[in-house]
Design a protein. Structure first.
Length: 206
């Protein structure tokens, strides 16, 4: 059965837009790396045990930025003062606030495995405040949401976070939000595509 002309045209335009989007900051084949890019890729492989992937692909157009971002992520993702489970909660919040499908695609299963309840993740995906959060999750959620939406943090949310995680924890919590915002911004600007079978976050009205 043939598609209606309008549907066929819409499909063609959508495919064309994806093709065009992919050319904004296309992934660089390793055999075309400059010496600086090759060095950055080797450092990435040594640190992460995998080749350059995801948000680091568009960042490879500025290998110095990519390497600095990777190094910051090495600490904030794996060794922060708030722990890996709460870190993954922050990443989901950031992915949702920036409507970053790839970031969500990668980190949703990691967050669930780390101990974030699926219903909490689903509420975040829908833009709703989750119910049934632990006290630590509430502290992290409120702090992060205020940062993203209000561009600042209330005294109450700051004091709760500082009392629970200490000054270092507050800095790390802010840093995780900022770091994954950086990656989300880079992917949104590059129109980096998530796999076709990945969850597409609802686009909120602007």
């Amino acid at each position: 059965m043939k598609k209606p002309l309008g549907a066929a045209l819409a499909s063609l335009l959508f495919s064309a837009s994806l093709a065009q989007a992919a050319e904004r900051l296309p992934s660089i084949p390793p055999d075309q790396y400059t010496p600086e890019q090759k060095e950055a890729a080797e450092q990435f492989l040594a640190a992460r045990k995998v080749p350059v992937f995801g948000p680091f692909e568009p960042l490879m157009h500025s290998p110095q930025v990519m390497s600095q971002a990777r190094a910051m992520g090495d600490y904030l993702r794996y060794n922060s003062a708030i722990g890996n489970t709460l870190s993954e909660l922050v990443i989901l919040i950031t992915a949702r606030e920036w409507t970053q499908d790839y970031e969500w695609y990668v980190h949703y299963p990691i967050a669930i495995k780390a101990g974030i309840k699926p219903e909490i993740a689903s509420a975040i995906a829908d833009g709703r405040r989750p119910v049934g959060m632990s006290e630590d999750e509430e502290i992290v959620y409120d702090y992060s949401i205020e940062l993203h939406r209000n561009k600042r943090v209330s005294d109450r949310s700051f004091e709760r976070a500082e009392k629970r995680f200490g000054k270092k924890g507050v800095v790390d919590l802010t840093g995780i939000n900022a770091y994954y915002t950086l990656l989300a911004m880079q992917m949104n600007a590059a129109q980096y595509q998530a796999p076709k079978d990945s969850k597409r976050l609802v686009r909120f009205p602007e």
